[in-house]
Design a protein around this ligand. Structure first.
Ligand code: PGA
Length: 251
């Protein structure tokens, strides 16, 4: 059984003060949740404080991005070592907003993924099609290309340990969630892709989470699907009460 992961991606929201206020409300609400992995991914500027506050809690921390070198003359970038030092366990890579607004190509995501693994971070690799690609029935082709590019040269043992987030671009921040059936179809496609290229046992171990307008009302249905192993939550993860309801979807 793959342990579910419910992660909040705060994107470019929350100052340090706002982050700390969130934590004081959120921590007690999820204290007793043990059957799911919980992660918060604050902006870089809040990582140090959030990391400190989360010590000895059941909540792990992730970063939303990183650069693919350990250190060097890369103005404005953040290395995986810097993230580790602040207590990051996870790192989101290849989010559609990074691909779209910062022109991150597959080759760069591949370099970041390799570096994250080398540095001991647990990558959450995002893939997903645009609305146009879905109407053109290109979803599987797009996912195929994104996975092929991102995973190039990564051995199966490491692929098995990844988290892949299926995030249809048209469902992100729009309130339009994929139906559980639509999401399940793509998750199954991803698992089959991994089974074919990296072996059945890697595919079985792989955690595939869904992202795109997840909220307290739709989480339960999404999680009832066999290949949906968690969620990456944007908007609904910004409020401690609503994110706690998502984390505790079973209750
Ligand atoms: P959303 O964002 O939940 O606001 O749609 C999801 C994401 O971008 O990870």
């Amino acid at each position: 059984m793959v342990k579910p992961l419910i992660a909040a991606n705060w994107k470019m929201y929350k100052t340090v003060n706002e982050a700390l206020q969130y934590l004081s409300a959120f921590k007690p609400l999820v204290q007793s949740a043990t059957d799911v992995d919980i992660a918060l991914c604050p902006p870089f500027t809040a990582l140090a404080h959030v990391g400190h506050e989360l010590q000895e809690s059941n909540i792990r921390m992730g970063a939303q991005n990183m650069f693919y070198e350990r250190e060097g003359a890369f103005t404005g970038e953040i290395s995986p070592m810097m993230l580790r030092e602040l207590g990051c366990v996870y790192v989101i890579l290849g989010h559609s907003e990074r691909r779209r607004y910062f022109m991150e190509p597959g080759m760069m995501i591949n370099k970041k993924l390799k570096m994250a693994l080398r540095a001991g971070l647990h990558p959450i690799l995002c893939v997903g099609e645009s609305e146009f690609e879905r109407t053109e029935q290109e979803t599987e082709n797009v996912i195929n290309t994104q996975l092929t590019d991102a995973l190039e040269g990564i051995p199966s043992e490491e692929v098995a340990g990844l988290t892949i987030a299926y995030e249809p671009v048209w469902a992100i921040g729009t309130g339009k969630t994929a139906t559980p059936e639509m999401a399940q179809d793509v998750h199954l496609f991803i698992r089959s892709f991994i089974a074919q290229k990296y072996g059945k046992s890697s595919a079985k171990e792989l955690r595939i989470i869904y992202g795109g307008s997840v909220n307290a009302d739709n989480i339960k249905q999404l999680m009832s699907k066999p290949d949906i192993n968690g969620a990456l939550v944007g908007n609904a993860g910004l409020d401690p009460q609503s994110f706690a309801k998502i984390v505790r979807f079973k209750e």
